[in-house]
Design a protein around this ligand. Structure first.
Ligand SMILES: [Ca+2]
Length: 465
């Protein structure tokens, strides 16, 4: 058994095991720091922010079936068990994904993706935490999706809520073995080899969930749950939290690793294609990034950095190879190939990336059980926004308070029909025209200057929250 059926992966574990880079600065401006000194995890495969409390995190230990909440208590990091699930412990199986309902603060609903023991299924189920939100309530879980599987490998497993639509997305593997023997990737009547999208807040007839009306096969031609298809093993993928782009790494077979921008109804080629190679029927979407097996043999999908609008990496996607530890920054160029920057190698063989609530980037060490923050002046989150009370000087321009994504106040346009939006340091962040329905994307909570074009008067003060 090998991770993701890739040759050489077990060798890489030994390769990584002898290396200790905890806290070692890497070349360039990037270093990897042990995020939880003194705390190790057993086969971690997921890291993310816990939605109820600041500076509190969630880690999945795949073969223990444990979802852990990590918080600081006094001088120590403490692990609390949100839930322990009985799981299959085959190499690529276990507890693979977790997603908190967008309204978790109120309804305490969360979702896990896992493979149960002694059988072969890929399951996504809804669970409910107790009143504290820190511990499973013990209420019987509601199974949403249960897919029969023939092989222990290629189970995808990541689940996440779309930041724009609030639907639950699930990336499934092609089922396994090698070269997709059952042709699941291109079969729109199969749930394997797909990105699925469901509405957990309602139920269509005969289903435990709703089918979003604009899913490509909602009205026929295939399974209604399908969002996109033609993937082999999208082990790790994530949403850009600002614009909703879905970046997925699809682990390759014998030749090519790839990153795709997954779009509604898209066909990403597998198994007719592997990366940009193979037979394209003219309707298959090419990857935005790919590399052959002289470079690496198993890609780990990462995250988009949105921690600081002033950073050169704002909106940049980070990804790495588990075996060769090569690490890249990708800048999107529409649907075309991304611009690639080589970065210092990852500190160990990583199973996943993650972010915290401030947008800081983390790497999850699969075999050494260490979680690293990826540190750099260019990857530092913007200063935290705190509530302050102040009064503008008499005669100063007016101030406006707008919710992120909200409609600009018409009064802002009293001096000009077009406003530049600037940070407090004078960095231009975007523009706003009279009649625009909403503020520009990417304005994190904070204070901004709204300066009229062509105007000489003082700017208005804009509070975005
Ligand atoms: Ca499988």
């Amino acid at each position: 058994m090998r991770y993701f059926s890739r040759p050489g992966v077990l060798a890489s574990a030994a390769f990584a095991a002898g290396i200790s880079l905890l806290g070692c600065p890497a070349s360039g401006d990037i270093s990897f720091q042990d995020a939880f000194p003194g705390t190790r995890f057993d086969r971690p495969v997921y890291f993310g922010a816990f939605p109820l409390k600041e500076k509190t995190y969630v880690v999945l230990e795949s073969h223990q079936g444990l979802a852990l909440i990590i918080s600081r208590q006094g001088n120590a990091w403490v692990k609390d068990t949100l839930v322990k699930i009985d799981v299959h412990q085959a190499n690529e199986m276990g507890l693979l994904g977790i997603a908190f309902h967008p309204d978790y603060k109120n309804n305490h609903k969360y979702y896990v993706s896992y493979d149960p023991p002694d059988t072969l299924y890929n399951i996504v189920e809804e669970r409910i935490a107790d009143a504290s939100g820190m511990k499973d309530s013990g209420t019987k879980p509601r199974i949403l999706i249960k897919i029969a599987d023939k092989y222990e490998n290629h189970n995808g497993g990541t689940i996440a809520f779309g930041p724009k639509d609030g639907f639950l997305y699930y990336g499934t593997g092609d089922g396994g073995s090698g070269n997709d023997p059952d042709g699941n990737g291109q079969n729109t009547n199969a749930l394997l080899g797909k990105f699925l999208r469901i509405d957990v807040d309602r139920k269509d007839a005969g289903l435990e969930y709703g089918i979003p009306a604009d899913n490509p096969f909602a009205k026929g031609g295939g399974r209604g749950e399908i969002f996109a298809y033609g993937v082999r093993n999208p082990w790790k993928w994530s949403f850009d939290p600002v614009n909703g782009d879905l970046w997925a790494a699809d682990v390759g077979q014998d030749h090519v690793e790839e990153v795709d921008l997954i779009t509604l109804g898209g066909n990403f080629g597998w198994s007719a294609m592997e990366g940009p190679g193979g037979v394209n029927n003219g309707k298959m979407t090419l990857p935005v990034f790919s590399y052959d097996h002289t470079v690496g043999t198993c890609i780990i999908g990462g995250v988009v950095f949105r921690g600081n609008p002033a950073s050169k990496y704002y909106g940049t996607y980070f990804t790495a190879d588990i075996n060769t530890r090569k690490f890249w920054a990708l800048k999107k160029n529409g649907a075309g190939p991304a611009t690639v920057e080589d970065l210092p190698p990852a500190p160990t063989n990583i199973s996943s990336f993650g972010t915290d609530a401030e947008g800081r980037i983390y790497m999850v060490g699969m075999d050494n059980g260490t979680i690293y923050s990826v540190d750099s002046p260019d990857l530092s989150p913007a200063a935290a926004v705190r509530s302050v009370t102040f009064q503008l000087p008499k005669g100063y321009a007016r101030s406006f308070t707008v919710a992120r994504g909200g409609r600009p106040d018409a009064g802002m346009f009293r001096l000009a029909a077009r406003l530049g939006i600037f940070g407090m340091e004078g960095n231009r962040l975007g523009a706003l025209d009279q009649g625009d329905a909403r503020l520009p994307d990417g304005l994190v909570p904070g204070f901004y200057l709204a300066r009229p074009y062509g105007g000489t008067s003082l700017p208005d003060l804009l509070l975005v929250r």
